[in-house]
Design a protein around this ligand. Sequence first.
Ligand code: PMP
Ligand code: GLN
Length: 466
Amino acid sequence: MIVNFSFSTLVQFSQQSLRQINRFNRSSGYQHLKTRNISSSSAVMSSSKFQLADKYKGLEKNVWVQFIDLTLKHKPLNLGQGFPDFAPPQHVTDALADVAKDSNVMLHQYTRGYGHPRMVAALSKLYSQMIGRTINPLTEILVTGGAYEALFACIMGCVNPGDEVIIIEPFFDCYEPMVRLAGGTPVFIPLRPNKEGASHSGDFILVEEELVSKFNSKTKAIIVNTPNNPLGKVFSRKELEFIAQLCKQHDVLCIMDEVYEWLVYEPYEHVRMASFPDMWDRTITIGSAGKTFSVTGWKLGWAYGPEYLMRNLCTAHQNSLYTCVTPTQEAVARGFEIELERLNTDESYFRSLPKLLESKRKYMAKFLSDVGMKPIIPEGGYFMIANWSALEPHAELDKTYSNQKDYQFVEWLTRVKKLTAIPPSAFYSDANKYLGEEYIRFCFIKEDANLQKAEAILQEWKKTIN
Ligand code: PMP
Ligand code: GLN
């Protein structure tokens, strides 16, 4: 059976669990115990020894936590956090089902800490072809708990206090706290529109002189996310070559977040920094099974690069998660083995998924325009940002909710119109949040019926405006 894990399922699931917990508390007399402990627990809570460790202070806010809570509260149509609301490819879910029943009982036990042998073998086979060099599965690949942990291991394993790390804005939000946690200093550079009325993610560019000015002797690394979340920009070969040349000139590490590597729309092309001359030596590339196979809940990712850099990541990984879930690694490995056979054919999921998404992208762009927003057409990924400022007079924003206008708008849209999204200012540094405030980010890897519902909600709103 294929379980369609929609957000309403999640809400039902959490409500059901809450009821069960309450029932358990009543029947076990735990309620009484809880009341009795309140005074002692408040004394404990005020002890300075139990406060958040200093290194995490200032990092408490998290856009995902905030908007998932809001979604649970208002139960809107969810075009917020990025995940598909349809089934993953059947060969991948079948693989997981087969693994569960496999006669090899060891598939339920710990596997190799740096990556399950079958998984790293499959990754090596795939990326060796992509990069044009043989990647050693045992020394040049690390399997992680999602791309998130790969980023964490990379930043923790490579960045020292005092190091500067260049982050291109808008950026996937966790880069900044991770760099700060490592004691590093993030140095931000925004992608800037190259013309009035930008309407395409390619209209947002790195200003070359500005980028040059960010590099100095303290620069340890630059993080490049292509295709970019939330903008959908796919960096061109020329843009990446410019970055590469600066990395070589200043002896800088290049961290490539390529989780949306297979989600690029024609005529654009995903270009891999690690395949550039001399760049393998200073590049770590990060990927995600969640994005590759539409299984975000499996939280499986990886990083690859030269052995001496991967050792840094492995050290961070073995001192945190240490080893990832075995059955999902085995299933993803089997999934890749099938995709390797189909590579560059119409059967390939890497070809069929972007094709499917292209029509959703077109549909979303039209209904957002129809309602008076100005969408930025993404070249890749499954998010679309849209300028909503023309609609501001028609939304009753709660100014107490946040200092950021886009947070207020998403809160209003969620609470009142029952449609949720993500505020893009979350993807900017404090100084540059204003660049994201006129935009809203919608996720379009959703069933057509749900995109139609979103359109209907916005159309209903439009009727009240005219
Ligand atoms: N990088 C980017 C750009 C992302 O959008 C995400 C979210 N999927 C991640 C990394 C983390 O991916 P994962 O879910 O595999 O941890
Ligand atoms: N990458 C996904 C997004 O941008 C999920 C992020 C997350 O859950 N932290 O929506």
